[in-house]
Structure formats: C-alpha cells, structure tokens
Design a protein around this ligand. Sequence first.
Ligand code: PLP
Length: 279
Amino acid sequence: MPDIAFINGHFLPWQEATISIDDRGFQFGDGVYEVIRTYKGQPFQLDAHLERLSRSLREIKLSAPYPFSVWTKWIQEGLEKADYLDAKIYIQITRGVAPRDHAFPSASHSTAVMTIRELHAVSAEHRRSGVTAQTYDDLRWGRCDIKSVNLLANVLARESARQAGVFEAILVREGMVTEGSVSNVMAVQHGVIVTAPEGPRILSGVTRSVVLSLARKAGIRVDERFIPVDALYAADEVFLTGTTVEILSIVQVDGRRIGSGCPGPVTKDLCTQWAAMLR
Ligand code: PLP
C-alpha cells in the first residue's frame, strides 16, 4: 500500500513530489495546514477540518485555491489509492512560489500539497495506563488559533519532551496552561472539565469540540477557562485530546502524580463514549 503524494491537483509518485526552494512555505512558513484521520477508511469530521482550513486561510489573507467539494473528491480518490484502514491525511497550503520578499507577491499561485500515510495509533499500553507529560514555556506567536505551518516552538517543546522521556509537552504561558504541543489539554476538578477557552492562545481542536459536546451531553460540566499549572498538578484527572491521540489520559506531569496515577473515571467515561460514537 503506497503513501500518497499530491501537489496542486495531481497525484504523483512520492519521489517526484517536490516543491520549489522559492516556495513561501519553505522560505517564510507562509502557509497553513490540516491533519485529518480516517476511521475504517472514512475521514473523521472532514467538514470541521475543511472549515478550519478555510478559516486559517482567511486569517492569513490567502484565498482558498479549491472549494470543499473538490478537496472531498481528491481525499476520497487518495484514500482509495492508499487503501489504509486508518490513514492520516495532511493538507498544506502555502502562498506559493515567488522571489523572496516578505511582503505578499503581486502574482503567485498558492501551493497545495496533500499526503496520505498510514496512521499508527497510540499503543494499547499507553491507552490502558495513561502517559506522562512535562510543562514547557509556550514560546509561540499571538495567533495560535491559526493552524500555521510555523511550528518551531511546538517542535522545540516536543523535542524537549522526547528527551525527557515523556509523551507530551504541556505549554504554559504566564503560569497558565494553554495546550499541548500537538494536542489540547483538559483537567477534571471535582467532576468539572476545565480547559483553555477558544481564542488566540490555542488551536481550536476538532477533537476538543467533539469531546466537549460528548461531555455536555453526558451531563458533565465544562468550564472553559485557563487553568494555572499548580491547579493542573492538583487536578483529579488530566487528559489530552487531538486527532492522533483521540482522548488520552495523562497520569504524571513534571514527575508529579495526577490523581490516583491511573486514568480516571471521567476520562474513561469519555473514552467509552468516543468508542460508541465511532461504532
Ligand atoms: N493543539 C495543537 C497545537 C495541535 O497541533 C493539535 C493537533 O494537531 C491540536 C491542538 C488538536 O487539534 P485536533 O483535535 O483538531 O487534531
């Protein structure tokens, strides 16, 4: 089963899928992206991801090169070619190829890239026992709501987590938890889910929004506010949400045990609901 590469409307062999060194995505990180996963071959929350892509494009003043219907068709075509049961679809749109100059070029065509690869799910052991995390300074810019390809601060945070032997870096700005390097972060305090509010400090996760609506439907209270790091340490439960991690329990942060040190009841309940929703 091949990994699929696609540039500007054409599927092509991986080795031939190359981008100009003048592409503004490479020169400036002048672009946005989306990551969508499939379950049993079907894209999950495709419309929500395409809506967010469209919003990201609008926010960086880049017009959408293709409508949703065209993306949907190409994604289906790519998935058929790849034939992975669980796939990860990556779409990246940049301001295209132009001589290097920070200001927008007067004439350029955006570059649209899509790749489809097999998704390797979080291990069963991580799901059963939960994972560890460490906090890291949130060094990112002021528009984390835009899914920009500028990921340097996330890269540094994630690498620091890897070197520390923990699963995720939890980003902290002025003493408050924003999100993870590749995920949103939620804490449970006395049965209430607390998570950073939507806005410029976080990426509004598609999984975050599905999980919060599952929680509300189940009668679990949700409080969208920033949680101080000390309160995170003292939380009954902490978990991550994200396309690749789904709902994943965090049982230790900065070497401190969270709650009982095992995935807690609210997290487990949400995982059960998540699984039921996918059936
Ligand atoms: N926050 C950041 C910084 C991310 O990179 C991601 C996923 O890539 C998320 C949150 C989770 O978003 P989603 O649930 O849409 O995958």
